[in-house]
Design a protein around this ligand. Structure first.
Ligand SMILES: O=C(CO)COP(=O)(O)O
Length: 249
């Protein structure tokens, strides 16, 4: 069984002091009551990475970013290169989040290029896929996910796939365990089709309104290797509860 992983996506929230305070509370919780066999990653905004890295010093919590550029240097005003993320202690990077696809017009090809350059810089890409409400209503969930997998994941991909139905993000309406089970099975089959045996061991996370109340039922589903958590990851107590809800062997 692959190591379960809980990733907190803090999105565009708070100032440096808020992130430092939050991470201190998470570390304090994990020190008071350690959890073994679960990887924990927090993904603050870019401007908080350095300070959060210093605060994480020596803890088991890893640092992630929320995006990177597809090139590693050059004339790209306002962008951040994968090697710059490594330079400030980042080990993971979320790519192709639906909010970036929506706000920045990111398409599968861009996401795939980013995944290549992130991996070359030594980062673990967490590539997000997920259908919109319209796609779901019109019965296009599997087609959408199939295309996103094909388009967003590069050859030799060794990162993590996060299934985040767009309609479940920030709505308080997580997908049902039955729906997640069915969709994750579909994603697994597509990964095996695309990558052969290597597709069997890629980790698949669920994201979309995961909270302390529903975490246990989602995280105990077969083949769900963890969660990508937005809103609840901003609340240390809720995030700690989600980490503790991971069934460990
Ligand atoms: O987008 C998400 C994580 O990347 C999910 O956000 P919420 O947990 O707030 O629904």
């Amino acid at each position: 069984m692959s190591t379960p992983i809980i990733v907190g996506n803090w999105k565009m929230n708070g100032l440096n002091a808020d992130s430092v305070d939050r991470v201190k509370q998470i570390i304090a919780g994990l020190t008071a009551e350690p959890v073994s066999g679960v990887e924990v990653v927090v993904c603050p905004p870019f401007t908080h990475l350095s300070l959060v890295h210093q605060t994480l010093n020596g803890s088991t919590v890893a640092l992630g970013a929320q995006d990177c550029h597809k090139n590693d240097k050059g004339a790209h005003t306002g962008d951040i290169a994968p090697s710059m993320l490594r330079d400030v202690g980042t080990s993971h990077v979320i790519l192709g989040h639906s909010e970036r696809r929506r706000d920045h017009g990111e398409v599968d090809e861009t996401v795939r290029e980013k995944a290549v350059s992130a991996a070359q810089a030594g980062l673990t890409p967490i590539v997000c896929i997920g259908e919109t409400e319209d796609q779901r209503q019109s019965g296009q969930t599997e087609d959408t996910l199939g295309w996103q997998i094909k388009g967003s994941l590069p050859d030799g991909f060794t990162g993590i796939v996060a299934y985040e139905p767009v309609w479940a993000i920030g709505t308080g309406l997580a997908a049902t365990p039955d729906d997640i089970r069915t969709t994750v099975a579909f994603i697994r089959a597509e990964l095996v089709r695309q990558f052969g045996d290597a597709g069997k061991s890629l980790r698949i996370l669920y994201g979309g309104s995961v909270d302390a109340g529903n975490a246990a039922s989602i995280l105990s589903l077969p083949d769900v290797a963890g969660a990508l958590v937005g809103g609840a990851s901003l609340k240390p107590d809720a995030f700690l509860s989600i980490i503790r809800a991971v069934p460990t062997a």
